[in-house]
Design a protein around this ligand. Structure first.
Ligand SMILES: *Cc1c(COP(=O)(O)O)cnc(C)c1O
Length: 434
């Protein structure tokens, strides 16, 4: 039986999805769900966490869930949008975000990307000195209403997952503050450019402890103070503090919560709350991960080397990080009967495999779950960000449907299609078929 209100909610959604054939053993063997009520609650928790003395624009990092209806939903709850590619910028515009509520971060912006962003008035965080020269060239020929900042690398070190840590000494992101001569060159860049009015730092994503993130932000704030002291005026008016609040993938609890993060920030970077600076945030995973799950049918079961194995329709195509880096990205998996109800029975260690043709396509190894059988359903929890919204096209598997869900006041469950499932025709079209 369910052990938390969140689990009960998921089970109700799953049973309704089976009833409505959004999950079907023949025609819809894999689908993802985004709980839109829960997303609204997470956005509200973020907005509430910052004191009213701070003038903040909270943007959602589009890469965490780039589906346009999801972005639209976030916009209606008062979010802005952080984008890091021309595709994400187009998605943000399609979702109706006003350009001034969009922030463009990417370490590889082309001249035309910059041209477009500056023409639209989208905020730009410049990653390096070469990019800054390109912005100079563009602004020499016309003005822009864009807020422009520089991404600094506070070089505070790595969290638990190296690939997710963006503020190491040798990170590819931003301008390092502590390299010889770098800080002086950066100060000169601000002196030379009165339109350089923001400072940006994003310390890392999953795996970074809160105090590492907040120390990085504290260094960004201190650098902004240093620029303003050096110039004798308040040229830097805002700090973009990035995202990166980690998510706990081991229970239905939300820990750390946004207010805990803000408490750490208040301790480590009090100047951010002085009212002297506007603030932009760029959270992704912490707003969406726990508000979505992925469900897949078990197609076959077998035993190999004595180990029970369930072959499901969810693998590397929707859980890429979990399959390739299982230690860093473990997911909770729940077992359900063909109606979507929780399966009971003694837990037996089983491998939960995906459909891809490589041996490592496993969602979990020796995971204790009630013995799975063909026609059962497994749910991968906390997959609302960076999972089914950004699939991997291995084996030409089609992208699954993503459904938004709301539970109405009368307790009825309402699904809205967020992304249709790809058909084989779509797969052929994206693989060059005539
Ligand atoms: C990925 C990214 C984010 C969002 O990170 P989360 O861990 O999803 O909160 C924010 N800002 C930048 C620059 C990023 O690259």
């Amino acid at each position: 039986m369910s052990d938390s209100p969140a689990a009960e909610r998921r089970e109700r959604i799953l049973r309704a999805a089976v009833r409505e054939r959004l999950l079907d053993p023949d025609h819809a063997v894999l689908a993802a769900f985004v709980d839109l009520d829960a997303v609204a609650a997470s956005v509200e928790a973020l907005h509430r966490a910052f004191p009213p003395s701070v003038q903040a624009l909270h943007t959602f990092a589009a890469k965490a869930n780039c589906l346009v209806p999801v972005l639209e939903e976030l916009r209606t709850h008062g979010m802005g949008c952080e984008v890091a590619s021309p595709g994400e910028l187009a998605q943000a515009l399609a979702a109706g975000f006003a350009p001034e509520r969009i922030v463009f971060d990417s370490p590889a912006k082309t001249r035309s990307d910059l041209d477009q962003a500056l023409a639209l008035g989208v905020a730009v965080n410049v990653d390096n000195f070469q990019e800054l020269s390109r912005v100079d060239e563009i602004l020499a020929s016309r003005s822009s209403t864009s807020r422009i900042g520089v991404r600094i690398n506070p070089q505070v070190g790595s969290g638990d997952i190296a690939a997710m840590s963006t503020a190491t000494a040798t990170s590819k992101f931003g301008i390092p503050l502590e390299d010889a001569g770098s800080r002086e060159q950066l100060l000169q860049a601000y002196r030379d450019r009165p339109w350089l009015t923001w400072v940006h730092a994003h310390v890392g994503s999953q795996g970074c402890p809160l105090n590492l993130i907040t120390q990085g932000i504290a260094k960004a704030v201190a650098f902004a103070d240093e620029v303003n002291a050096d110039l004798g005026r308040r040229q830097v008016i805002g700090i973009d503090i990035g995202g990166g609040l980690p998510v706990n993938f081991d229970s239905d609890e939300t820990a750390p919560a946004f207010d805990e993060y803000v408490a750490h920030l208040q301790a480590d970077a009090p100047a951010l709350f002085s009212g002297d600076y506007q603030v932009v945030t760029e959270f992704g995973r912490s707003l969406l991960a726990k508000n979505g799950f992925t469900a897949a049918y078990v197609e076959y079961t077998k035993t190999s080397g004595g180990r029970p194995i369930a072959i499901t329709h969810a693998g590397a195509q929707v859980a890429t990080r979990t399959v390739f880096m299982p230690e860093a990205w473990p997911l909770r998996i729940t077992a359900h009967d063909p109606t979507g109800s929780p399966k009971s029975g003694e837990a037996v260690p089983q491998d939960i495999a995906g459909p891809c043709c490589f041996a490592g396509d496993l969602l979990a190894q020796a995971r204790p779950l009630p013995q799975l059988e063909p026609g059962d359903i497994v749910a991968l929890l906390d997959t609302g960000a960076y999972y089914s919204s950004t699939p991997f096209h291995y084996n030409s598997l089609p992208d699954p449907a993503v459904h938004g869900v709301r539970i109405a006041a009368d307790e009825s469950i309402q699904f809205v299609l967020v992304r249709p499932a790809e058909t084989i025709q779509h797969v052929l079209a994206r693989t060059g078929a005539a």
